[in-house]
Design a protein around this ligand. Structure first.
Ligand SMILES: [Mg+2]
Length: 220
C-alpha cells in the first residue's frame, strides 16, 4: 500500500461524538458545576487526580450512592459525530490502525470504541465497588495536556514512524497529541480559544461537523 498514513488517532469528545465533554455530561446529569475547579486545573493548582476526585465528590454530595448504571444512563442521549461510523470503517477496511486517546470517561469511551470497532483506546475513569457503586478515587490514564506520551507509546508498540500518524482533536489541549514528525487536524473547534490555537499552530482546521472531511488528509 502506498498510503503514507498508517495510524489515525482520534480524541473522543467533540470528535467521534457530538458532545463537548463526557465530564460535563455527568455534571449536567447531577446538576453540578466545576468551573472554578477547571480554572485551578488549567493553572496547575490542582492535578488531574485531584480534579477527578473533586468532581466525584461533588456528585456524591448530590447523590451519595452512585451506581454504574446511573452513569451509563447519563450518556444515553449522546450521538456519534456525523460521518464517524463511515470514516472509521473506511480507515479500518484500508488497513489503517485506528485508536482513541481521550481524557474523557472510560465507561463512555469504551462504548464508543466498541460501537466503532477501533483497534485500541484509552481514557480516564472510575473505580467501582463489587456491587457497581462509584468509589471516591478516579483513575488517571491520560493527562489532557500530555497526550503525546500516549501517542509515543502507541508509535513504539506498533512500530509506526511518526510521519505515519495523524491525530484529530477538537480543542487546544489536543494539540498535545502532536508528536514531532506526525500530523494533526483540528476538527470542530469547540471554543474560540481552540480555533485560535489551531490557527497559531498552523494546522488544517475543519469546522463543519462531518468527520468524513478528514479522509483527504489520510488518503492523498
Ligand atoms: Mg475533545
Amino acid at each position: 500500500m502506498s498510503n503514507k498514513i498508517k495510524c489515525v488517532v482520534f480524541d473522543c469528545d467533540g470528535v467521534l461524538v457530538d458532545s463537548v465533554s463526557s465530564w460535563r455530561t455527568l455534571h449536567s446529569f447531577f446538576g453540578t458545576q466545576n468551573h472554578n475547579l477547571l480554572e485551578k486545573f488549567l493553572s496547575g493548582e490542582i492535578t488531574d487526580q485531584e480534579f477527578m476526585n473533586l468532581d466525584i465528590q461533588m456528585w456524591k454530595e448530590v447523590q451519595p450512592k452512585i451506581h454504574q448504571d446511573d452513569l451509563f444512563r447519563a450518556y444515553s442521549g449522546i450521538k456519534l459525530m456525523p460521518g464517524a461510523r463511515e470514516t472509521v470503517s473506511e480507515l479500518i477496511s484500508n488497513g489503517i490502525f485506528v485508536a482513541i486517546v481521550s481524557a474523557g470517561v472510560d465507561i463512555f469511551v469504551s462504548t464508543i470504541a466498541g460501537t466503532l470497532k477501533v483497534n485500541d483506546w484509552i481514557a480516564n475513569g472510575f473505580n467501582f465497588d463489587e456491587d457497581g457503586y462509584l468509589l471516591d478515587d478516579g483513575i488517571v490514564r491520560v493527562s489532557g495536556q500530555g497526550k503525546d506520551k500516549i501517542i509515543n507509546k502507541l508509535i513504539q508498540m506498533n512500530e509506526f514512524a511518526p510521519n505515519e500518524v495523524l491525530s484529530i482533536g477538537d480543542s487546544d489541549i489536543d494539540l498535545s497529541m502532536y508528536v514531532e514528525g506526525s500530523s494533526f487536524v483540528g476538527f470542530n473547534p469547540s471554543r474560540e480559544n481552540s480555533k485560535r490555537a489551531f490557527e497559531d499552530a498552523g494546522v488544517p482546521i475543519i469546522e463543519e461537523k462531518d468527520l468524513r472531511l478528514i479522509l483527504p488528509y489520510v488518503f492523498d
